[in-house]
Write a protein that binds this ligand. Structure first.
Ligand code: URA
Length: 231
């Protein structure tokens, strides 16, 4: 694997920050300064500031994200982050995609960069199911518009599934991940979101997890996510 990916897997830094470390010459591979295009294999000896590094095992954690927590590794405004919530896992985990600070629900974190990249890629059309409490009472026509696609300033949304759970509570299943997509879709049909919760992500539900709690995925769940069409 590429040297920056190796450093990320060793828990040293993100791939981008790893590139900076490599450029400063602090990373050596078999005693030679590593380059941005260096590839490392199992038998290679990688050191940072002269200290040997080892790859960490892959880890996959499902978090029930509470409100008020941001989906980044660090927040300039000092708000708590999802990464801090799973910090008792020994590896450096990063969130797959993002939930807004005020959105609650299912969020996957992992150090498996390849899987994270695939799941976040629109081509994989990962299923995401949201429950939205909205202003007003969406009509059947509004639900139909949500399902058929609404025009947003960055393009039309793909077909979705919308279901009324209560007069002002809508379940919306989408398979793409535009920024603030659910809030923008509901605002576009005249019903701004008051509260948003993601109950399901790629087939993973929050069963047994209270807000702020997390659990490791089972081997079977990881296998399913790795299969070409996780849902
Ligand atoms: N759509 C939104 O608008 N916000 C989220 O947090 C997730 C999806």
């Amino acid at each position: 694997m590429r040297l920056n990916a190796y450093l990320a897997r060793a828990g040293v830094a993100s791939r981008r920050k790893a590139d900076e470390l490599i450029k400063t010459g602090r990373v050596t591979v078999n005693g030679e300064p590593g380059q941005l295009n260096t590839f490392v294999e199992k038998r290679d000896r990688v050191e940072l500031d002269g200290k040997p590094l080892a790859r960490q095992p892959l880890a996959y954690v499902l978090l029930h994200k509470p409100a008020g927590v941001v989906t980044t590794a660090s927040d300039p405004n000092g708000r708590p982050t999802v990464v801090e919530l799973v910090s008792d896992h020994k590896t450096r985990l990063v969130p797959v995609g993002r939930l807004d600070a005020d959105t609650t629900g299912a969020l996957l974190l992992t150090n498996d960069g390849d899987l994270a990249h695939r799941l976040a890629h629109p081509r994989y059309e990962v299923e995401k199911i949201y429950e939205a409490e909205v202003e007003g009472e969406p009509s059947d026509d509004a639900l139909r518009q949500l399902e058929q696609g609404v025009e947003l300033d960055d393009g039309r949304t793909a077909p979705a599934r919308a279901r009324r759970l209560a007069p002002s509570r809508i379940e919306l299943e989408i398979h793409e991940g535009k920024k603030h997509q659910v809030k923008r879709m509901l605002a576009a049909v005249g019903h701004p979101v008051v509260r948003l919760h993601r109950g399901r992500y790629a087939g993973l539900t929050l069963k047994g997890l209270g807000p702020g709690e997390s659990r490791e995925l089972t081997g079977a769940e990881v296998e399913r996510l790795r299969s070409p069409r996780a849902s």
